[in-house]
Design a protein around this ligand. Structure first.
Ligand code: GTP
Ligand code: SPV
Ligand code: MN
Length: 601
């Protein structure tokens, strides 16, 4: 096998912080015996360790140094061109029975899968260094916090995990010495980065993840989609909490009244942008703060939902990010950022489609080839990413480290829909809201390999991330609602509706504040709405559109419910529920029937 990750040999004092928990030691030695690395590097998360790893990564061309005056302490990584996004078709949930994984997941039998993966891992780290990365998901003092260990042979993974999680000694301290303590086992090897030997496998019953053959973020930063969502959602149901693909933001009014909102949009559908929103000038005195941009862990306290962001950094979509669309993201990625698959300019800066200013006359594209504005290929991959510490965000919420989390006033679902779905509407109650989430759909994006722009049902934006049977997941949502005396209101939004000219009707980005303001008004019982068959809709004068250059026609189109389109939509809800083969709870079937009936009233 080609060695894509040659071993490195640290000086004394680096890479030798051995954990004391015997269960961890036993597991690491077992994986070491199997993968046969040249040496084991125990990560402690220190500055010195990071500097050493960056220096070695530069030597091995895992990283390219950027112009340190323009983007201090920032580096570029190019992944294998065959390996640029999550691969859903080789992502598996390995529960004892196929029913537990349910109709929406790829399933494979645990014993057979272990045996196949152990076969692939046998000797896979020969000539390589095996890194052991301890990390915590969640604020360390949160009751929801979880410890994980990721074994990997990729330096890029170690450097990314340091940004994306609370990594190193802090996790060893939190875990302690109890050999029975709960922690997640993650094993990752690049192997030879061959799409035919690429598998991302989850064993929820064992709290274990094994990922081989990829070096791309979502497949290999095992803390994120693998632990915080797939294994997380499984544990959440068992333990009575929720793990969701949601951003969390704070909204503070000029009078100082603060609400928190969580929102589930599918991959590359606007979570990071919404979480970092800067209100337009008209909303003077309103402030948006970011708790999280991708994942929310929520639990019930005093009849309310409280949320924490389990992550410590942002792994965000680069193309389209500019000072115009998302200034807070731009400020966040000005320094201490790991870029993946963007273009490199001749002066050592980074560039991508949609960045402010004119394109460079010449650059090196994401594959390492010469690029000019006349090139047919894109300079940056459409799913190029930044990894940046959340502390770089000027709008970081002050309670992001609060262990108990922040109270959620509203939950918003949303997808990328060119037609049918209005700009915003509100569910009649919790169960109706669960129905909105369960039936949401979105056009697919470059965040996962496969067709782009194809409408697919993506319940709660969790289709690729729910680690168990989707019917049980729906039931869990309904059950949670029954335990909430003060439940969040539930909304649905669509920033992506298009007019007859094929252009977006809504300006989006900062202007989404106008929709958020209505959501907050509704939470405070002072927003107007009209009843429609699909839910409460704002009339044009219920939305604050002052100072926005938009014509009446577009607003009417954005808020319109086209009965013909909705007949088709409701038929698709039925097709989707039917395709799940009887697992959909009765309450949601009833919600669908009631919606159909409301259209006939
Ligand atoms: P993941 O990290 O994959 O989960 O994506 P995300 O949901 O965080 O999406 P992100 O905010 O990174 O946005 C993805 C793409 O959608 C980017 O190209 C954005 O520029 C674009 N986008 C975000 N918000 C809006 C919006 O309000 N309107 C329009 N038209 N595009 C938007
Ligand atoms: C997503 O696809 O939803 C992401 C990016 O947030 S990844 O971490 O690659 O899954
Ligand atoms: Mn995401």
């Amino acid at each position: 096998m080609k060695n894509v990750a040659p071993a490195i040999f640290p000086p004394n004092g680096i890479g030798d912080t051995t954990p004391t928990n015997q269960a961890v030691l036993d597991w690491v030695y077992e994986i070491g015996k199997l993968t046969k690395p040249d040496n084991i590097f125990w990560c402690d998360g220190s500055e010195r360790e990071n500097e050493f790893l960056i220096a070695e990564s530069l030597k091995q061309n895992v990283l390219i140094e950027l112009n340190q005056k323009k983007v201090p302490r920032s580096y570029l990584h190019r992944s294998n061109p065959n390996d640029v996004a999550r691969v859903e078709k080789v992502t598996f949930i390995c529960t004892p029975t196929k029913e537990e994984a349910g109709p929406t997941n790829n399933w494979s039998e645990p014993a057979e899968t272990y045996s196949k993966l152990y076969g692939l891992l046998d000797g896979a780290m020969r000539g390589r260094t095996m890194f052991v990365v301890p990390y915590i998901m969640g604020p360390p003092d949160s009751p929801l916090a979880k410890v994980g260990f990721e074994i990997t042979d990729s330096k890029y993974v170690v450097l990314s995990m340091r940004i994306m999680t609370r990594m190193g000694k802090v996790a060893l301290d939190r875990l302690g010495n109890d050999p029975k303590a709960e922690w997640n086992r993650g094993v990752h090897s690049l192997l030879d980065v061959d799409p035919d030997r690429r598998f991302i496998c989850h064993f929820p019953q064992d709290n274990t993840i094994i990922s081989v053959g990829s070096g791309y973020g979502g497949n290999v930063l095992l803390s994120k989609k693998c632990l915080a969502l797939r294994i997380g959602s499984y544990l959440a149901r068992k333990q009575g909490w929720m793990a969701e693909h949601m951003l969390i933001l704070g909204v503070e009014s000029p009078e100082g009244k603060k609400h928190y909102v969580a929102a589930a949009f599918p991959s590359a559908c606007g979570k990071t942008n919404f979480a970092m929103l800067i209100p337009p000038a008209h909303f003077k005195g309103w402030k948006i703060t970011t708790v999280g941009d991708d994942i929310a862990w929520m639990e019930i306290r005093d009849g309310r939902l409280f949320a924490v962001n389990p992550e410590n950094g942002y792994f965000g979509v680069v193309p389209g990010t500019s000072y115009k669309s998302n200034p807070n993201a731009m400020k966040s990625i000005e320094h201490d950022t790991l870029y993946t698959n963007v273009a490199l300019t001749d002066d050592g800066d980074v560039w991508w489609e949609g960045k402010d200013g004119p394109p460079p006359k010449h650059a090196i594209d994401w594959r390492g080839n010469d690029w000019t504005p006349d090139s047919k290929e894109k300079a940056a991959h459409p799913n190029s990413r930044f990894a940046t510490p959340m502390r770089n965000n000027p709008a970081l919420d002050r309670d992001v480290e609060k262990g108990e989390g922040v109270p959620i006033s509203a939950i918003i679902f949303g997808g990328r829909r060119s037609d049918t779905v209005p700009l915003v509407y509100e569910a009649f109650d919790w169960t109706h809201g669960v129905y909105l989430g369960a039936t949401m759909a979105s056009e697919t994006t470059a965040a996962a390999t496969g067709a782009v722009g194809k409408v697919r049902r993506d319940p709660m934006a969790m289709l690729p991330f729910c680690g168990y049977n989707i019917g049980d997941y729906f039931r869990h949502w309904i059950d949670i609602g029954e335990h909430l005396s003060n439940p969040p209101l539930i909304f649905n939004v669509n920033w992506f509706r298009k007019g007859a000219d094929g252009k977006f009707l809504w300006p989006g980005f900062g202007e989404n504040m106008r929709v958020l303001k209505w959501v907050i008004d509704r939470c405070q019982q002072n927003g107007g709405a009209v009843k429609s068959p699909v839910g409460w809709l704002p009339s044009p004068h219920d939305l604050d559109l002052d100072g926005l250059d938009i014509d009446h026609r577009s607003v009417a189109d954005l808020l319109g419910i086209d009965h013909e389109e909705w007949q088709k939509e409701l038929a698709e809800h039925k097709t989707f529920f039917d395709s799940l083969g009887g697992v959909v709870p009765e309450q949601l079937q009833k919600q669908r029937e009631r919606t159909v009936a409301r259209f006939k009233e």
